[in-house]
Design a protein around this ligand. Structure first.
Ligand code: PMP
Length: 431
């Protein structure tokens, strides 16, 4: 019934459709749904995959070098944890620091440090400039944008392409405007599009600090580095290797965490950058802490063991998440393909599906869904300042609800998309 493109349908067909859609919408409203597709949280079965963390040390608190992890010290983190997560980032032990439970904290600390203390001495603090700007590939991760807004960093949106950020635009901007101090990147299974940056894009980003200058940093948030849903998921080129090739390790900060590997609220976060950057950063961190939670770091090393251990563990996550993604994607495909009512991504990993409505409808779709008990990420959240000029993008996060709830949410979502689209199309025809 929906293979007809919305722009091919006649006014009377659309009016009949609208009536039927409202009838179903009212039925759904009566069911008093309480569904939530908003945040990228692992489901409880997912976090349970790591329950063995609890008690795994079994009284053996000694690190490989004999360190008693219960005690103070080790600002860099535990050497075996640095080795484990450095392997994930492609950084050496010296280029890897393992911190507390949140990579977002580490990102905040790096920006705070660059802003107020200066990465290359106090006269390089960004705050000494009248204006500080950051490039923000859009749609993107709202918490990156919140950090910028909080720090009064002006955000310049840059379009995401299938290959990653529009690099022609990025290179043009950083050359033209020295007040641009950095760029946010989620290079594998980006939030929310699920894009994996192409090899060429990764190399051009690795070269950016050369083009932009010493003041510029790449915030490489590899939050979904190992979060594949299918064995054929595209690999990401190693930015570490490319930074070595182009001598730009000083200009790139890599981040990651086990938030979506083990426990979202009690994992381990890490940072990879040049030795020089890490020692500068540590001098700053030393004012904030004597050292991170090494007990949790050791628990993670004993539990995950090595890259193969992580990969095997991620397959168990994929088995839980895949049906939820497929429920949403199959529903979108079945109900909306060829209808002209929306476009969406079909990621091979990560935590999100990005949906674009017809221009001007994202807010309305989110409201329509909210009014029948289906919570969606607020329209605009994937853009700096919450401003999606085209009012099109909606981020769908299917991991947390039960499979049945994901299906019910997808059904309700599609209904709201159709309702908003048909209403809009009728108004277009009337005008
Ligand atoms: N980066 C991205 C791109 C994310 O999607 C998330 C979680 N939603 C985070 C960082 C947060 O990571 P952490 O839990 O390590 O602070």
């Amino acid at each position: 019934e929906h293979s007809v493109h919305i722009e091919q349908a006649s006014e009377s067909e659309l009016k009949a459709q609208l009536e039927a859609l409202y009838a179903r919408y009212d039925q759904l409203a009566e069911r008093k749904l309480a569904l939530d597709l908003t945040r990228g949280k692992p489901g409880s079965a997912q976090v349970s995959l790591s329950d063995a963390l609890d008690g795994i040390l079994d009284g053996d608190y000694r690190a490989a070098d004999g360190t008693d992890v219960r005690n103070y010290g080790g600002l860099d983190g535990l050497p075996e944890a640095r080795a484990l997560f450095g392997a994930l980032l492609g950084t050496t032990l010296e280029e890897t620091l393992v911190g507390g439970n949140s990579s977002l904290t580490l990102m905040y600390q790096v920006i705070d440090f660059a802003m107020n203390e200066g990465l290359r001495g106090e006269d390089t603090a960004w705050a000494l400039n009248d204006r500080v700007k950051f490039l923000c590939p859009v749609p993107g991760y709202d918490r990156h944008f919140s950090i910028c807004e909080y720090m009064r960093i002006e955000m310049i949106p840059v379009r995401m392409l299938d290959s990653g950020p529009d690099m022609d635009e990025v290179e043009r901007l950083v050359q033209a405007d020295p007040s641009i101090k950095g760029i946010w990147c989620v290079p594998r299974f980006s939030n929310p599009c699920g894009t994996v940056y192409s090899d060429d894009t990764v190399e051009r980003i690795a070269k950016l600090p050369q083009i932009a200058g010493d003041h510029f940093i790449v915030m490489w948030d590899n939050a979904y580095a190992v979060h594949t849903l299918y064995p054929d998921a595209p690999e990401l080129a190693s930015i570490s290797e490319l930074c070595r090739k182009h001598d730009t390790m000083d200009g790139v900060f890599q981040f990651g965490s086990t938030s979506k590997i083990t426990f979202a609220g009690a994992g381990v976060a890490f940072i990879g950058s040049s030795e020089r950057n890490l020692s500068t950063l540590k001098a700053h961190l030393a004012f904030q802490t004597i050292g991170p939670d090494k007990v949790n770091q050791l628990r993670h090393v004993r539990f995950l063991k090595d890259a193969e251990g992580i990969a095997a563990h991620m397959e168990r996550h994929a088995a839980l998440i895949r049906p939820r993604f497929e429920a949403v994607l199959d529903t979108l495909e079945r109900e909306l393909a060829g209808s002209g009512m929306g476009e969406w991504t079909a990621p091979r990993g990560g935590y999100f599906i990005s949906f674009d409505t017809r221009p001007g409808l994202a807010r309305e779709v989110v409201d329509l869904a909210g009014n029948i008990g289906v919570k969606l990420t607020p329209a605009g959240a994937t853009f700096p300042y919450g401003k999606d000029e085209a009012d099109r993008n909606i981020r769908l996060a299917p991991t947390f609800p039960s499979e049945a709830d994901v299906q019910a949410s997808a059904d309700a979502f599609v209904l709201c998309v159709k309702l908003a689209s048909v209403k809009q199309r009728l108004a277009e025809i009337a005008a």
